[in-house]
Design a protein around this ligand. Sequence first.
Ligand SMILES: [Fe+2]
Length: 269
Amino acid sequence: MIDCHCHILPGIDDGAHTFETALDMARAAAAAGIQDLVCTPHHLNGVYSNPGSVVRHALQDLRERLAGAGVPLRIHPGAELHLVPELPSQVLDGTALTYNDLGKAALVELPKAAVPMGAETILEQLLYRGITPVIAHPERNLVLVRNPERLAEWVARGCKVQLTAQSCSGDFGERIQHISRHWLELGWVHLIASDAHRPTGRSPTTLAAGRAVVTEWLGDQAASLLVCDNPRRLLDGADLLALAPHANPRRIRMRGRWLGFLPWRRRAR
Ligand SMILES: [Fe+2]
């Protein structure tokens, strides 16, 4: 598997705080069957600023330390970029890192409870410049959950969608799990990633659990597309493939409308 969203670089955001923690995360990832992992520290979110120069340096340092420790995990550059007006210009000049530093696709995040003003304009600017926006965990955004047609429009225009593995396995509650399944069945989702921050709990190992659940829902071929084939295409700078829709669109539309109004429920853990 390839984990295309992970906060493993130590000391630069709210992910791993130390090299020892990063090493534990890397060992956990390798043990869970992850061969490649994209380092995606936050950038431009108002708290953390991690321009390309910082990420490249931290990545090289961690690469050398992982090799020294004998951990069989390849790591690649990336960033989780907040959707702000200066994003397109920063992506173009390399300040904001794209996947594998290729200038082809960029992981973009939204606040949990809002979609920023002008979001569509920023996404259009990226698309116009040949950068594919990959929307990080939209199933955890309150506005998109209540207005899924907005996400559908973004996908129709060329954006891609990444779900968090724990959303699929139910760790964030039944509602988010149902929405994740619903969007997967509609064929809107292109990637599943761990968004790991720690060696345990929000860990890279959650990718395997998420894959297992999606395999139950959609079969092994679809699950492999989301955690192996499409992440590999991201690293290679190739276009991502779409899932085939799996369910009746009319039934799904009604279910989606209903899900948007369900109260938040967390699963007892
Ligand atoms: Fe993240």
